[in-house]
Design a protein around this ligand. Structure first.
Ligand code: S3P
Length: 438
């Protein structure tokens, strides 16, 4: 599915932020593991969480969705079972990596597969620590297809993360939870802590402390979890596309309601505010152990900034859309320490660079980032420029937003994967004044 932008967009209105993808996936896994009655509200009905739900159902979770989109987890008489058919995680790195931890910890026999993008992504970062814990994992040179078979796990396990990755951290925690292994994880740079927060919310014995500037996360070997209904807050990574649309798209005002404000995810607001963005945060509150708020955003004059070091894991999913904001800011933006972008759903540094080249946006590439020479004026472009999304939802949405500043409509190719994280993107963006045509 290719999408074509329009040239007369003016962003205005009030929208509900779609549910958080990371939290929706964790609520399914931890909810199913607890095996008690529980309802999840605000769930993201995107392809990624749905792949995880299907995989959990294949091993006997019995999760269902009612007509209002509420997710129901019911107490089962039977425990999880092995599965003959491969569990297919589609495009979802979080689903695959966290479920590898959970299912190996549960001692299941299962195999795992995914789409072309997921099949090319590194899995040794999960396989290595899980194998050290005792898991029996066979992979294809550290990639999919992967299979697991039952073994005995160690009683305790300590691991210092070599890459700043919430998926690796969470996979180890879920394996420990399921196997009854006590876990100590040392995290040199903070990554999103939804797993820790959710486990704590349901009563797990988990604590995070700070030692020599590093996070130390300890999960006890036995945990008594108590299910309660869960409200998923909105996804700040999805809100980021709307925020930048309002900032660059001549907006008199856009309200985005119910945006997740977990401090390990709000770096995008700090980065944009440092660039001069007019973003007001109102009605701070707590939902199921996670902070959330409503955002009010207005068109702003932006300036270039440097983004590097500890903020990078916090903004890892927002760097493509921050790069679009930077392209329409005054002066230079420099992004460094973001090598991880090369192993996301696509090589996002390359994908952004190629899109910029097609639009004539001046930039220089580094192995771990790029510098962008921004200018606030409209881009005068030739008709029918098309941009390759590399089948990556965040690249597709980023360049669709860039279309707001183009003198002619642009075509963004292969946008299907938008449905993995933001299933109502086209309708929602049109409801605030920006038409995208199929
Ligand atoms: C996620 C962690 C991040 C992020 C991904 C979601 C999670 O990946 O990019 O979109 O839900 O834990 P890494 O752990 O690979 O950094």
């Amino acid at each position: 599915m290719n999408l074509t932008t329009s040239t007369d967009g003016q962003i205005l209105g009030k929208v509900q932020c779609p549910g958080d993808k990371s939290i929706s996936q964790r609520a399914l896994m931890i909810g199913a593991f607890m095996n008690q009655n529980m309802i999840i509200d605000g769930f993201l009905h995107g392809q990624d969480p749905l792949s995880t739900m299907n995989a959990l159902n294949q091993i006997g979770a019995g999760i269902s969705i009612d007509g209002d989109g509420r997710v129901h987890l019911c107490k089962r008489n039977q425990s999880f079972h092995n599965c003959e058919n491969a569990l297919n995680f589609g495009n979802s790195g979080t689903g695959l990596r966290l479920m590898l931890g959970l299912t190996s910890g549960m001692g299941l026999k299962a195999s795992f597969c995914g789409d072309e993008s997921l099949s090319s992504r590194p899995m040794d970062r999960i396989i290595n620590p899980l194998t050290e814990m005792g898991a029996n994992i066979e992979s294809t040179n550290g990639k999919l297809p992967i299979s697991i078979s039952p073994t005995k796990f160690k009683k305790q396990y300590k691991y210092e993360l070599p890459v700043a990755s919430a998926q690796v951290k969470s996979s180890i925690l879920l394996a420990g939870l399921a196997a009854g292994t006590s876990i100590e994880i040392i995290e040199p740079i903070q990554t999103r802590d939804h797993t820790e927060k959710m486990l704590k919310h349901f009563g797990a014995n988990i604590e995070t402390s700070s030692q020599d500037g590093k996070n130390v996360i300890k999960l006890a070997s036995s945990n008594y979890l108590h299910a309660k209904n869960y409200n998923v807050v909105g996804d700040i990574s999805s809100a980021a596309f709307l925020i930048v649309a309002a900032l660059i798209g001549n907006s008199p005002g856009l309200e985005i309601m119910n945006v997740g404000m977990n401090p390990s995810r709000t770096g995008v607001l700090q980065a944009l505010q440092k660039m001069g963005a007019n973003i007001e945060v109102k009605n701070n509150r707590l939902e199921s152990g996670e902070h959330c708020a409503d955002l009010f955003v207005k068109k702003s004059e932006l300036k270039g900034v440097e983004l590097s070091g500890k903020i990078i894991p916090n903004i890892i999913d927002e760097i493509p859309i921050i790069s679009i904001a930077a392209a329409f800011a005054n002066g230079e933006t420099v992004i460094k320490d973001a090598r991880e972008l090369r192993v996301k759903e696509s090589d996002r540094l390359r994908a952004v660079s190629e899109g910029f080249s097609s639009l004539g946006i001046m930039h220089r590439n580094f192995e771990d980032g790029m510098s962008i020479q921004g200018a606030p004026n409209q881009l005068l472009i030739d008709p029918s420029i098309s941009i390759d999304s590399y089948d990556d939802h965040r690249i597709a949405m980023s360049f669709l937003i860039a279309g707001l500043k183009c003198s002619k409509p642009i075509i963004v190719k292969d946008c299907e994967n938008i449905f993995t994280s933001f299933p109502n993107f086209i309708e929602l963006i049109s409801s605030i004044g920006y038409e995208l045509k199929k």
